[in-house]
Design a binder for this molecule. Structure first.
Ligand code: DP6
Length: 328
């Protein structure tokens, strides 16, 4: 009863913001993301009578507190599915820093869901895996799939899961991940920040009202491989999300001065004839979207700016999969 899964993180082009149901994690709006290869999580799960309690080891450290509780809650959901009571050992490794606005919960819960279902002998379709993963962390339901993915808030029968819009070979988009802060102290978790945004910002409703049309544009941009449209809409939706966060009570600002410097640089790069657009999640780091033919020139420009701590170049990746090398 042991299995290991690999899942990649995803970058939201149209953000998931606000929950209609906090328990089941049903979102207020559909969201669209790309699954990216450079940020990933490998997780091994073993269920055994030898374990008297669940153990969760993340990046070589025994997890406690909220991180541990969230994993136990998710294991409980999957145990209930399988009608088993066995406790588990979960060992997980991210190849990037956790909790820095780099969507660690997305690859983390997708890998946990896929590995735990396999270890429990549950045969699930990708859609079912997506629904289960969603209940661990919303954005993780998109990481079950590769390429371009849409999380459908309600499929008409009350179910909410992700679907693939196009696979990773459809369009060779590039996501240059800019690490601007390595040790970030955040006041609120993404979950709490999202709750505050929805409950208190007068701009939440306005952003929600704008989302249908932005989703349409994003689907069209992907279908037609229209990079200008994709980038413009992604950047705009990112700013809408941050405007909502800024106007919540208490207000939340995820950017640091390095983020703002970088935001100002992006239009300058475009003026130089280098097509690129940014998106930022609930953290200080940035995803710079571009096309392969411009990547080298953009990297050469970025090298001039020493406030950028680290650069990770990502391509589109496939969905979450079972792998044979266990972590223990
Ligand atoms: C800003 O999926 O981490 O990255 O469902 O509460 O676990 P929970 O939230 P989470 O939120 C991610 C929010 C975001 C935007 C996005 O990925 O769509």
């Amino acid at each position: 009863m042991k299995a290991t899964a690999l899942a990649h993180s995803n970058t939201a082009l149209i953000k998931y913001l606000g929950k209609k149901d906090e328990q089941l994690i049903i979102p207020m709006n559909n969201s669209i993301s790309i699954t990216i290869d450079a940020l990933s999580t490998i997780t091994t799960v073993e269920f055994s009578p030898q374990y008297t309690e669940d153990v969760f080891i993340l990046n070589d450290k025994k997890a406690t507190g909220q991180a541990y509780q969230r994993v136990v809650k998710h294991l409980d959901l999957l145990r209930q599915e399988a009608q088993r009571k066995l406790k588990a050992k979960v060992v997980s490794k991210n190849n990037f820093p956790t909790a820095m606005g780099l969507a660690s919960s997305a690859s983390g819960f997708a890998a946990l869901t896929v590995a735990a279902c396999a270890a429990l002998g549950l045969k699930k379709t990708p859609q079912e895996l997506s629904m289960l993963s969603r209940q661990g962390s919303g954005s993780s339901c998109r990481s079950i799939f590769g390429g371009f993915v849409e999380w459908v808030k309600d499929d008409g029968t009350g179910k909410s899961y992700a679907i693939q819009l196009a696979d990773e070979d459809w369009w060779d988009l590039r996501d240059i991940v800019l690490i601007l802060e390595e040790k970030e102290q955040r006041q609120y978790s993404t979950r709490e920040a999202m709750r505050l945004s929805m409950k208190t910002s007068p701009f939440f409703a306005a952003r929600l009202a704008a989302t249908e049309s932005n989703l349409d544009k994003m689907r069209r941009a992907i279908k037609k491989r229209d990079f200008t449209l994709l980038g413009t809409v992604a950047e705009h939706d990112c700013l809408l999300m941050h405007a909502v966060a800024l106007t919540s009570n208490p207000w939340q600002l995820f950017w640091t001065s390095a983020t703002v410097k970088m935001m100002k640089l992006v239009p300058q790069l475009r003026e130089k004839g280098l097509p690129c657009y940014f998106t930022i999640d609930s953290g200080a780091n940035m995803h710079l979207l571009t096309l392969p033919e411009h990547q080298e020139s953009i990297l050469a420009e970025l090298e001039k700016h020493h406030f950028i701590k680290k650069i990770v170049c990502a391509r589109l990746a496939g969905g979450a999969t079972i792998i044979s090398d266990h972590l223990f």
